[in-house]
Design a protein around this ligand. Structure first.
Ligand code: SF4
Ligand code: ZN
Length: 282
């Protein structure tokens, strides 16, 4: 991982790095390693944990993250959907279902989590956001983009995501070349491994079939994941030349970066609001 950080110059001296932390093994390992080598890299590191409010799951990973942070002296900031949006993800999913809105749990979760991570990272002074996407995550997303012909997404999301907007904090992926297995072993050996709980909404995720398919391929043809990663990276390099850095707009409601006049977070929240009172963001 440190080789990736150095080879791709993911950080500059003086960077303040917010590690998007879920309390899972990958993000805690990333936070632990970056914190351990922060002096050597010349950076300051803190964890940013978004508690979406997913019962039976998130309370366990938050508890584990706090225990780990205490044990290893890691700084973690927690941001909660319920405080920010007036509802937990569980409540939002319920409203969305009852009102037949076109938002599945993972769409709401992903959009609002990314929104909070970017906003809080910036407000807490971070110059970079580091996410714990590993080889398995990357090839799953590649397959998902492939199936929905998401060519522009393929050109945007590589080892770093850069977009032009004064409020956008650059995202980097130091674990881009680490496999899930490596990360698991590292977490076990260093006492970072969380209790085994999985989000109840995973069954609705488009990621699940992608994960199963790729794992089956890997079992039959070892090395498939890294070959897919190589193809993904090649396409990203080719496509990103044409895309340049994405110029984002500013959301007319909350003032945050957006790909259209209203950001996706505000779109979702305003739809939910029609069926249940949710405070404005921003
Ligand atoms: Fe969020 Fe979906 Fe992941 Fe659950 S499975 S944490 S709802 S993105
Ligand atoms: Zn907005």
């Amino acid at each position: 991982m440190l080789k990736t950080v150095q080879r791709y110059r993911l950080f500059s001296e003086g960077d303040i790095v917010a590690v998007a932390t879920s309390g899972g093994k990958d993000s805690l390992s990333l936070l632990y390693i970056l914190n351990k080598y922060s002096k050597q890299l010349g950076i300051r590191v803190f964890g940013l944990l978004v508690d979406e409010g997913i019962s039976g799951y998130r309370e366990h990973t938050v508890k584990h993250a706090l225990e780990v942070s205490k044990r290893f002296g890691l700084e973690i900031e927690i941001v909660r959907f319920s405080d920010e949006f007036g509802m937990t993800l569980d409540q939002m999913v319920e409203v969305s279902r009852k009102a037949a809105l076109p938002y599945g749990p993972c769409t709401i979760c992903g959009v609002l989590r990314r929104y909070l991570i970017n906003r809080y990272a910036r407000e807490l002074g971070a110059t970079k956001v580091a996410t714990a996407h590993n080889v398995d995550d990357e090839v799953q997303v590649f397959l998902m983009n492939f199936v929905r012909a998401g060519v522009s997404s393929m050109g945007r999301e590589g080892i770093a995501a850069v977009a032009q907007h004064r409020k956008f904090v650059q995202r980097v992926k130091p674990m881009y070349f680490c496999s899930e297995k490596e990360s698991t072993v590292y977490a076990i050996l260093n006492g970072l491994y969380p209790p085994f709980v999985e989000c109840k909404y995973i069954v609705y995720s488009f990621r699940l079939p992608a994960r199963e398919m790729i794992n089956e391929y890997e079992a039959c043809r070892p090395g498939s994941k890294y070959r897919l990663l190589a193809l993904k990276t090649y396409l990203w390099l080719k496509l990103s030349r044409n895309i340049k850095h994405t110029q984002l707009k500013t959301c007319t409601i909350c003032g945050e970066p957006a790909s259209s006049d209203i950001c996706k977070a505000c779109q979702i929240l305003s739809d939910l609001k029609k069926y249940r009172k949710v405070p404005d963001v921003g």
